[in-house]
Design a protein around this ligand. Structure first.
Ligand code: CDT
Length: 309
């Protein structure tokens, strides 16, 4: 057995006016609760330190840059790193990263139990649009504020297992899981901010969005025989609702723990990484069963090309 007790640390809403330090205090309260529940690892959502700012249209780059971190840990986050290290808990969370040479990414990091960052991921599948869109009920300007990630989908040895990360919209793409599956991933850490309504399809409400969320997590976990830990920022941010539904999915694709609220809430499960072995050695033994000679279109082509008449 290689059991890791994981705490999915869902955050309730963060309002535009809330300070980083107020959010970090909430994250510290969750890691303290995780310690009391014997967690080895705590996972927080995408862009965990602030409101989901890509819903706001900004033209002034200085205003945009206020939402980004130039150092990790930085002045506001050092207390969180110190607390997690003192408690001996590894952690992962998302934040807006501004590099020293001026690049902007939607990033997640994994820190080990000593508070050292051992893995970094930059969101590849950026959803939304890059200009103000009056046709939408709300804006989703990730393509305006971030570059697509440049690190691929790395898998890292940590905590005695093989860990990968992805962020929100990435979870909807089977390639995300498969690229990590091909590196033997045993646990995927995934934060998200998913609006409860589709800005381009008013009939699609929160139950539909939760259905799609569950569908892709369960499929990705099963088809790659990996744990998936998905953690929301949830609830009403300045009048903009986000779904909850933080959950832990096992390598059989079953939901084994799930949040019941849209507030700060810890979802805990003892995950045995050895549970990945059966699927990886049988139906999803990639080396025996994949037929890459038929998969060329997946990397050779981006959009749809229909057959000729
Ligand atoms: N944060 C994020 O990636 N949200 C997207 C919303 C897509 S709608 C433009 C998601 O996939 O949940």
């Amino acid at each position: 057995m290689r059991t890791i007790v994981v705490g999915g640390a869902q955050l309730g809403p963060i309002q535009k006016a809330d300070s980083r330090s107020a959010v970090v205090d909430r994250m510290i309260a969750l890691v303290e609760e995780a310690s009391g529940r014997d967690c080895d690892l705590v996972v927080y959502p995408e862009l965990a330190l602030t409101t989901f700012f890509p819903r706001w249209y900004m033209q002034d780059q200085d205003e945009v840059d206020q939402w980004f971190e130039t150092a990790m840990p930085g002045p506001d986050t050092i207390p969180l790193f110190d607390k997690a290290r003192d408690l001996g808990i590894a952690m992962s969370f998302g934040y807006a990263e501004l590099t020293s040479d001026g690049r902007h990414y939607n990033t997640s990091v994994l820190a080990d139990k000593h508070g050292q960052i051992v893995a970094r991921y930059r969101k590849v599948h950026l959803p939304g649009h890059d200009e103000y869109d009056p046709e939408r009920s709300h804006q989703h300007l990730e393509k305006r504020y971030f570059l697509p990630g440049d690190l691929g989908f790395p898998v890292t040895r940590a905590l005695g297992g093989l860990f990968g990360m992805c962020i929100c919209n990435d979870r909807r793409w089977p390639e995300t899981y498969r690229v990590m599956g091909l590196q033997g991933v045993e646990m995927i850490l995934l934060g998200y901010n998913t609006p409860s309504v589709n800005s381009q399809k008013p009939a699609e409400g929160s139950q539909d969005r939760l259905f799609h969320h569950r569908l892709v997590l369960q499929a990705g976990a099963y088809q790659n025989s990996t744990w998936v830990v998905a953690v929301a920022k949830a609830g009403d941010e300045d009048g903009h609702p986000l779904i909850g539904g933080s959950m832990i999915v096992n390598p059989d694709g079953k939901v084994v723990a799930e949040a019941v609220s849209e507030a700060d809430e810890l979802v805990v499960h003892a995950c045995d990484l050895d549970d990945c072995t059966f699927g990886k050695q049988t139906i999803f033994d990639f080396a025996r069963h994949r037929r890459t000679e038929h998969y060329g279109l997946i990397t050779g082509q981006t959009g749809v090309v229909e057959p000729r008449d």
